[in-house]
Design a protein around this ligand. Structure first.
Ligand SMILES: [Zn+2]
Length: 251
């Protein structure tokens, strides 16, 4: 039964992932509520249901629009798959409880933000503001960590990232600051520090790989939001494991 429900979570995840792509791409430019049907960005044609099946449509059309043959961004199937996999892991690991619900809410926050930051280098205030009351409400109903720890986490995140922005002069922006602050609230101070460390580590590793591949002093072309999202996911599912492992190294 657990396996069947996990698969159901995966399938629903794919469908929601497809919706999160739309949210991430349309909220920043204000077209989210303006047009309800999905359309091709190039030829503006409204897509049929056959072209809207998550991942499958992309593979069947070999990554191209079936009318104008314009390439469809790999971002779509990747984010659909990521949402499906994360939703499935949430249920698989935590079953029917608040932690799964928190996981799903977290996925609903990070996937559209990642899409938006990759597409426009923007972390929309609207998304952060939309989700904040849900996380605050959930924390009051389910104080794990406590509301007090959540507020400390948010304060720590804001202070730390604010100082880094002042000192580093670029690299991170106001969007990253607000995103980190909300995650500080969600994770509390200890897990937030791990999250922050992992985000910068992922960014540094990717930066080094890009420098190796493209050579020399090529400026970082990837925004920071996706690394924050990846770190948030890592800490949500494996934070405790990583901390235990680290402590065992010290003892
Ligand atoms: Zn087209």
């Amino acid at each position: 039964m657990h396996t069947i429900v996990t698969i159901v979570f995966f399938i629903y995840g794919l469908v929601f992932g497809s919706f999160f792509n739309v949210v991430g791409l349309r909220v920043p430019n204000g077209t989210f509520l303006a047009q309800t049907r999905s359309y091709c960005d190039t030829c503006q044609r409204t897509l049929t249901w056959k072209e809207l099946i998550p991942v499958w449509s992309f593979l069947r059309q070999r990554g191209k629009c079936s009318q104008c043959s314009e390439k469809i961004s790999l971002l779509y199937p990747i984010m659909e798959l990521a949402t499906g996999i994360l939703a499935a892991i949430s249920f698989y690991r935590y079953g029917w409880n608040e932690q799964t619900f928190l996981g799903l809410l977290l996925i609903a926050l990070i996937i559209p933000i990642t899409v938006s930051d990759l597409a426009y280098r923007k972390i929309p205030n609207k998304l952060l503001l939309f989700f904040t009351p849900f996380f605050v409400g959930l924390r009051i109903l389910y104080p794990q960590p406590s509301l007090w720890e959540s507020l400390m986490g948010a304060g720590l995140a804001f202070g730390l990232v604010f100082v880094i922005i002042l000192v580093s002069n670029g690299g991170m922006g106001a969007g990253d600051l607000k995103y980190f602050t909300l995650l500080g609230f969600i994770f509390g101070p200890y897990h937030f520090l791990l999250l922050f460390f992992l985000a910068t580590l992922y960014g540094a590793i990717t930066g080094m790989i890009i420098m190796k591949l493209k050579g020399g002093d090529r400026k970082m072309t990837i925004p920071f939001g996706p690394y924050i999202s990846l770190a948030a996911v890592t800490v949500f599912y494996y934070g405790e494991t990583i901390i235990q492992w680290y402590l065992s190294l010290l003892s």
